[in-house]
Ligand binder design. Structure first.
Ligand SMILES: Cc1ncc(COP(=O)(O)O)c(C=O)c1O
Length: 387
């Protein structure tokens, strides 16, 4: 049997909830089942407004749209992220500006501040790029693998002062939080618009699904309007702008509601998986497990193996291939987006770490239902170098 990277686990209530949907004939996007899921998510993370959408990609696309972009406006995004964060910018006829990652594979906010402070200017309340003379609308802070971008007070204040909106891409980090202040602050509660994913491989799943978390009530209302085909009159089908059919169905929401009730259990198990990897793998010369940064508590969604090839003797590609031969699924960290064909002509700023991080890191099996004996198998293959 194959050891998978990150597969969903069902606890039992999912089927019950799905049956209820079908029984009540509430299967589409309107009705109380979707609202109940939104409520559970917003209560858990401590926010006021949540809108369920079909996936996180559409959540990101709609979030950029809600910033009222003009063609060729620019948005800052890290080079290392899943392609959806970048596509969301391009779908809106805007341009990405690629920034580097720090040692935790997260947007380097120090370098972003340096860019904002030296390479931009303010004009009529907006921030402009000195190089392209285009308006910079926002920054997408992608919380990768469960860890959170260092959204320091300095960073948040600078963005506010420069009128740069923050979109959190928290697709992978539902349940993670900042611990540096007295009150814990969850991922997806700091930005102006914040996006979650409930794809099958995520910490909780609704089959497919996403959510936008809003701070602002008017923006939330506009989000509902745009995600529901922008109907200005639903009897006569009047549309004064172009909308989307993005709302999450009740069927999906019902599965999501069953899953969120298990979140503490899931995160507890994920931490156990992380702790075992960390304890055993950090003993191996040339290998380390990426740890949570000191300022946050991770949901430990996926475990990242960092390889020092000279010390360990095998490269990332060799390790992936060897694991594949043992029917163990691992995965490379994403190829840097500033080097991808559709994006390589966009601006990049002092990118030094991303390529190296890509070359030296891979994702290890981290499913909720990963058995200890399978995890030990993974660890032993690494210890023995697959011999
Ligand atoms: C960082 C990040 N952003 C966005 C997405 C897109 O999420 P979805 O599959 O729900 O569209 C993913 C999903 O893998 C992701 O990892």
């Amino acid at each position: 049997m194959k050891i998978s990277l990150s597969v969903p686990h069902f606890f039992g209530n999912e089927l019950h909830n799905l049956k209820q949907c079908i029984k009540k004939r509430w299967i589409s996007s309107s009705g109380s089942i979707g609202t109940a899921f939104e409520k559970r998510i917003k209560n858990y993370i401590g926010s006021k407004y949540a809108l369920g959408v079909i996936n996180c990609t559409s959540a990101l696309q709609l979030s950029v749209r809600l910033l009222n972009p003009k063609p060729k406006d620019e948005i800052i995004v890290p080079s290392i992220t899943f392609v959806a964060s970048v596509n969301a910018i391009v779908y809106n006829n805007c341009k990405p500006i690629f920034l580097d990652c720090d040692e935790n594979l997260l947007l380097d906010t120090e370098k972003t501040l340096e860019f904002l402070n030296t390479k931009t200017f303010q004009h009529k309340g907006a921030c402009y790029n000195k190089t392209t003379k285009k308006r910079i609308l926002g920054v997408i802070a992608v919380h990768t693998f469960g860890n959170l971008v260092k959204l320091s007070k300095k960073f948040l204040d600078t963005c506010k002062k420069k009128n740069i909106k923050i979109i959190e891409d928290a697709a992978e980090s539902f349940g993670s939080y900042y611990n540096s202040e007295k009150k814990k602050k969850h991922a997806a509660t700091l930005g102006d618009l914040n996006c979650l994913s409930f794809n099958a491989n995520k910490i909780i799943t609704s089959g497919g699904g996403g959510m936008i978390i809003f701070k602002d009530k008017n923006l939330y209302k506009k989000g509902i309007y745009l995600a529901s085909q922008a109907k200005d009159n639903s009897t006569y089908f009047i549309h004064n702008t172009v909308g989307y059919n993005f709302r999450l169905s009740s069927l999906h929401s019902s599965v999501g509601s069953a899953q969120i009730s298990q979140i503490s259990k899931i995160i507890k198990k994920k931490k156990m998986i992380h702790d075992l990897y960390k304890k055993e793998i950090n003993k191996i010369n040339g290998l380390t497990i990426l740890e949570q940064p000191h300022y946050c508590v991770s949901n430990f969604w996926l475990n990242i193996l960092i390889i020092d090839r000279n010390k360990y003797g095998l490269s990332k590609d060799q390790i992936i291939k060897n694991f594949l031969g043992k029917k163990i699924e691992t995965r490379s960290v994403w190829y840097p987006n500033h080097l991808q064909r559709p994006f390589k002509n966009f601006q990049k700023y002092k990118i030094k770490n991303s390529k190296k991080l890509y070359e030296n890191s891979l994702c290890l099996p981290s499913s909720f239902n990963l058995r200890i004996k399978d995890q030990i198998k993974v660890i032993n293959f690494l210890k023995k170098k697959f011999r």
